[in-house]
Design a protein around this ligand. Structure first.
Ligand SMILES: [Zn+2]
Length: 80
């Protein structure tokens, strides 16, 4: 029996007799739909984590820069 359902990608009305959405061409299989729904928040979370790590790395980098300056100043002093 033909069932009416909405495409989870474009939100348009389709029918369960289609394997692919006639509007946007994405797969209408529920397995793929679920994976697509789950993928998106994980993508977002991963991106936030990467951004946080990049921020930490930037801070570490500037900290190392200032350490290097201190070390150079210390070495310059000890040579005289
Ligand atoms: Zn669609």
């Amino acid at each position: 029996m033909e069932e009416v359902k909405f495409c989870s990608y474009c939100g348009k009305l389709t029918s369960s007799c289609y394997t692919f959405c006639p509007w946007c061409g994405k797969s209408l299989e529920s397995k793929t739909d679920l994976a697509g729904v789950l993928d998106k928040p994980f993508d977002k979370m991963e991106r936030i984590q990467v951004e946080e790590r990049l921020e930490v790395l930037e801070k570490l980098e500037s900290y190392l820069d200032s350490l290097e300056e201190e070390l150079e100043a210390f070495l310059a002093k000890s040579h005289h």
